[in-house]
Each structure stands twice: as structure tokens, then as C-alpha cells.
Design a protein around this ligand. Structure first.
Ligand code: PEP
Ligand code: MN
Length: 335
């Protein structure tokens, strides 16, 4: 259920409606908007009697939600969500967020060389995995906390915001300690206990689309995070598994307008995992910006041939610099 307050409802009336929701054992999610405040109600298993709320002071209407999601929708929040990492680093505010860095943090020197290029490009977000989901149990799985410490040093040195993956619930505490945004990877998109845990975090969440996830499944994963009270979620289209063999994954660019039609959450495009081939990364990143993504994620390495993970889709430093120029130019045209 969704409670829409009058445009001129007072804080007292909003608080009163929240108490009415909570007194029934449900959870109230207050979403202030430009024109009115809405309150999403979760925790009810069946239909709620709307008359409990319709006649409360300041309430414009109580609406039964028939869709499976409540909090991610434009019905609840018609304005776009802006995800704010602090110090002016925002995603979804109309700027183009560039999240770049190596697939994995392999060592201090490797990470710093890339971080310097990311900083010089004017990007605000640095990515790099310390906990890596790898297909083979024998592949490099990341440096763990040592990698996170390197990321924290990069934040200090360059003022970049750190986006890094938590592979399971036990990693989240560490990512919260050293990072600025928690990435939930494609393989974990339906790890519901992890989603709930990051939903209780103070850090924003970057939620990758599962490699065979429908739009609805992906949005419901975001709903899991929001239902726990964390509304700072960015969706990341990173390609889905298809029969195509010319790419690692098929980057589903139509997902961007499809998300926009339903949700207020920002959506970005990961052109690295979405293609798996470095020569395709820049063209697909350009396309992602052209279809209206709030940002792009790419992987960068000084020596992609020597990368311990995802070298085939990593841009060299000069290729990355060129990409930034190109995606910015496209963003200016469509903004
Ligand atoms: C990554 O960002 O390096 C990664 C493992 O991404 P995904 O979960 O999309 O495969
Ligand atoms: Mn990767």
C-alpha cells in the first residue's frame, strides 16, 4: 500500500500516518518529494484495509499496490532518486557518473597507477575488487582486507569515492569500514540475505543485474534493499547471458529506458562485463550514455595482458582517457 499525503501536509500529520502504519505492525517508508510526501507500506502479507489511513488528517489517498514492487516505483516517488556519496559525488543528479578502475586490486602500485588516471580524467568514482567472485576456484580471488586498505589509501590520496564488492554478508562490515559504496555482483543479485544486510547499511549500494535476471527480478532485488530502509540504490546493467559468442555477455541497453519507465532509481551501464572485449567497451559505453544511463562503469589496467582478472575487457590508460572524452561529449548532447 501507498499513502499519498496532501501537498501541504504538516510534519505532524506525516508522523501521525507513520504511527498508524507502525501500530499495525507494518513498516513505513517515508519518501519526501518535490510536490508531496508519499509513504510506502511494507510488511503486510495480505491486503490492508485502506480505510485505516484514508481518513487520517493530511492524507490525500491510500492506494493498493498491485505490482510486486512498492518502493522502487515512480508511483511512490515521481522524482528521480539522487544517490549521494558525499563531497559532491552524486549519481542520478543529471551529471554523468564515471566509475572506473581495475577489475581486481592486485597491489598498491597497480591500483595507484590506474587511480591517478581516473583522477586526472575528472571521474569521481574508483572501482576495484578486493573480494572477487571467480568462476574457477583456482583463479585469483582478490587481496581481501589488504585490497580494501589500498582502496582506502586511494581515497585519501586522490579524493575518489570507492566502489567495491561485498561477496557475502561477512564482507559487508569490512567494505563499510573502507569503502564508500557496496557493490552487489551479478552472481549475488538474488542472494537475499546479502541484499537484506546491505539494506541495513549506511552506504549506498550498486546493484548489478544478474546474468539471467529479468527486469522484474532485478527490480525486486533492489526492493529487498530498500525494504530494509536503505533507499540509496543504483542499478547497474552489466549484460546478460545469451547465445551470442562474439561477446561475453549481451549488454541490454533497452534495460535503461525500461528501468526509467518504472523506477526512480539511477541506472548505469557496465560496458566492461557487458561486452567482455576491450575493443567494444568504448562503443558500448557511448551507447549506454546515449540511451540515458546515469553513468558508466569500465575496467582499466596499465597492462591488461598481465591483469589477474578480466584483462580482456580492460582498457589501457590512454584508451580510458579517450573513452571519457567521448562519453562526456555524448552526455552533453543528450543532457
Ligand atoms: C566486477 O565488477 O568485477 C564483477 C565481478 O562484476 P559482475 O558481478 O557484473 O560480474
Ligand atoms: Mn571484472
Amino acid at each position: 500500500m501507498l499513502i499519498v499525503m496532501n501537498a501541504n501536509a504538516t510534519q505532524h500529520e506525516i508522523d501521525n500516518a507513520v504511527r498508524a502504519v507502525e501500530s499495525l505492525g507494518f513498516r513505513a517508508h517515508v519518501m519526501p518529494g518535490a510536490t508531496r510526501t508519499a509513504i510506502g507500506v511494507t510488511g503486510n502479507q495480505g491486503a490492508v484495509d485502506l480505510s485505516h489511513f484514508e481518513n487520517l488528517p493530511g492524507v490525500a489517498e491510500a492506494i493498493r499496490v498491485t505490482k510486486p514492487y512498492k518502493l522502487i516505483t515512480l508511483d511512490l516517488r515521481p522524482e528521480r532518486t539522487i544517490v549521494d556519496l558525499g563531497d559532491g559525488a552524486k549519481i542520478g543528479d543529471g551529471s554523468l557518473a564515471i566509475i572506473a578502475g581495475p577489475c581486481s586490486i592486485e597491489g598498491r602500485k597497480q591500483a595507484f597507477v590506474v587511480a591517478e588516471a581516473v583522477k586526472n580524467s575528472g571521474a569521481q568514482f574508483f572501482r576495484g575488487g578486493a573480494f572477487k567472485p571467480r568462476t574457477s576456484p583456482y583463479a585469483f580471488a582478490g587481496l581481501g582486507e589488504e585490497g580494501l586498505k589500498i582502496l582506502a589509501e586511494i581515497r585519501e590520496e586522490f579524493g575518489l569515492k570507492i566502489v567495491t564488492e561485498a561477496l557475502d554478508e561477512s564482507n559487508v562490515d569490512l567494505v563499510e569500514k573502507y569503502g564508500d559504496m557496496i557493490q552487489v555482483g551479478a552472481r549475488n543479485m538474488q542472494n537475499f540475505t546479502l541484499l537484506k544486510r546491505v539494506g541495513r547499511s549506511r552506504l549506498p549500494v550498486l546493484l548489478k543485474r544478474g546474468m539471467a535476471a529479468t527486469l522484474e527480478e532485478w527490480l525486486l532485488a533492489a526492493e529487498y534493499v530498500m525494504a530494509e530502509g536503505n533507499y540509496q540504490v543504483v542499478l547497474c546493467e552489466r549484460g546478460v547471458r545469451t547465445f551470442a559468442q562474439h561477446t561475453r555477455n549481451t549488454l541490454d541497453l533497452a534495460a535503461v529506458p525500461a528501468v526509467r519507465r518504472i523506477s526512480h532509481l539511477p541506472v548505469i551501464v557496465d560496458a566492461a562485463h557487458g561486452t567482455g572485449r576491450s575493443y567494444m567497451v568504448t562503443p558500448l559505453a557511448r551507447a549506454g550514455v546515449a540511451v540515458g544511463a546515469d553513468g558508466v562503469m569500465v575496467e582499466v589496467h596499465a597492462r591488461p595482458d598481465e591483469a589477474l582478472s578480466d584483462g580482456a575487457q580492460s582498457l589501457k590508460l590512454d584508451e580510458y582517457e579517450q573513452l571519457v572524452r567521448e562519453v562526456r561529449a555524448i552526455h552533453e548532447v543528450i543532457a
